[in-house]
Design a protein around this ligand. Structure first.
Ligand code: HMG
Ligand code: MG
Length: 297
């Protein structure tokens, strides 16, 4: 059965912008976040406390945190790859964080420079400290429907790492189709395998649209009961360590599809589409998403 309402986690300011080649003013990032909140998004991933040498676009994380709108009930999670990142994030005022692991060994090495097992060890102290401070930790899992280096990934391998993240205390596991190679039945089988290890209510879908499959894949897992979806305004983004990976599924395309099926999102589609056009003007690139183009002006 389809859910009645879906929580959208807007990842544009982080996943969407982390790969942008040109430098983006912190003020533009903050204006983007403000507009997204105005459009009704309640969870907006704001930035990443990763190494500026690896991801220069997120180097202004502390300034972004300092400029966030203070609105009750709005959550601004940030990425933290290790304890250093977590401590910096907390010092900057983060009240919610996310760790990120991969279902594929080669992707783990390329993305965070360590094995899957080592990455989980690095997250342990984050989870311990987060528990003490009552900071919720989300766990991202990359390459759940394929890896840029290894190709197919077994659903059982995904389920194993998801289970570890859940057992460590991650309140939600976000299942990433990082390269966007998945197709609907594959997505369904993967989520079914993970749901044998982690309650479905603790799972989220984080699909990329590289091959134009993201909405179909989402529909397939919504039917299983997945009710949290990650998406990026305008479909911005990609991953610096996944060659050819285009953006996340566009938030406005997800909202359009869900609204059309009578599923609540709390998002004002018109305001969101205006934001898509605005951010593309700022970035100096044409709007890609079909919903935003169809609703232009
Ligand atoms: P490393 O080089 O292996 O780390 O990087 P290290 O511990 O050897 O430290 C090297 C240097 O980095 C040291 O500085 C540290 O202090 C510094 P030095 O002494 O040489 O001057 N350092 C840091 N600086 C700032 N913040 C930190 C930090 N940690 C160490 N947190 C590390 C390891 C994880 C830090 C690095 O590999 C990194 O930052 N990687 C970034 C990866 C990333 O951001 N990837 C994109 C996000 S994941 C994604 O997009 C997928 C997702 O969307 C889901 C999906 O789509 O599937 C989530
Ligand atoms: Mg992503």
């Amino acid at each position: 059965p389809l859910p009645h309402a879906v929580n959208i986690v807007e990842v544009g300011p982080r996943d969407g912008l982390q790969n942008e080649p040109g430098s983006i003013d912190t003020d533009v990032k903050l204006e983007l976040i403000r507009r997204l909140v105005e459009a009704g998004l309640r969870q907006v991933e704001a930035t990443a406390f990763v190494s500026p040498r690896w991801v220069p676009q997120m180097a202004d994380h502390t300034q972004v945190m300092a400029g966030l709108p203070s609105r009750p009930g709005i959550r601004f999670p940030v990425l933290t790859p290790n304890l250093k990142g977590f401590e910096n994030a907390v010092a900057a005022g983060a009240r919610e964080v996310a760790v990120f692991a991969a279902a594929s060994e080669s992707f783990s090495r390329n993305n965070i420079n360590c094995s899957i097992a080592e990455s989980l060890e690095r997250f342990e102290p984050i989870l311990v400290q987060a528990r003490e401070r009552e900071i919720p930790v989300r766990g991202y899992l990359s390459c759940t429907l394929g890896c840029p280096y290894e190709g197919d990934i077994a659903p059982e391998a995904v389920a194993r790492v998801a289970r570890r993240l859940h057992d460590m205390g991650c309140h939600q596991i976000s299942l990433g189709d990082t390269v966007g190679t998945g197709t609907p039945l594959k997505a369904r089988r993967m989520v079914e395998a993970v749901a044998e290890q982690v309650p479905l209510a603790n799972l989220a879908a984080h699909f990329h649209d590289t091959y134009g499959q993201a909405l179909a894949n989402l529909f397939a897992v919504l039917e299983l009961g997945i009710a949290t979806v990650d998406s990026s305004v305008g479909g911005l983004g990609g991953c610096p360590y996944a060659r050819g990976a285009s953006g996340n599924v566009a938030t406005e395309e997800v909202v359009y599809m869900l609204q059309g099926m009578g599923i609540e999102t709390g998002v004002d589609l018109r305001a969101l589409v205006d934001t898509v056009h605005w951010i593309h003007q700022q970035l100096g690139r044409p709007v890609q998403s079909r919903v935003a183009r169809a609703m232009a002006g």
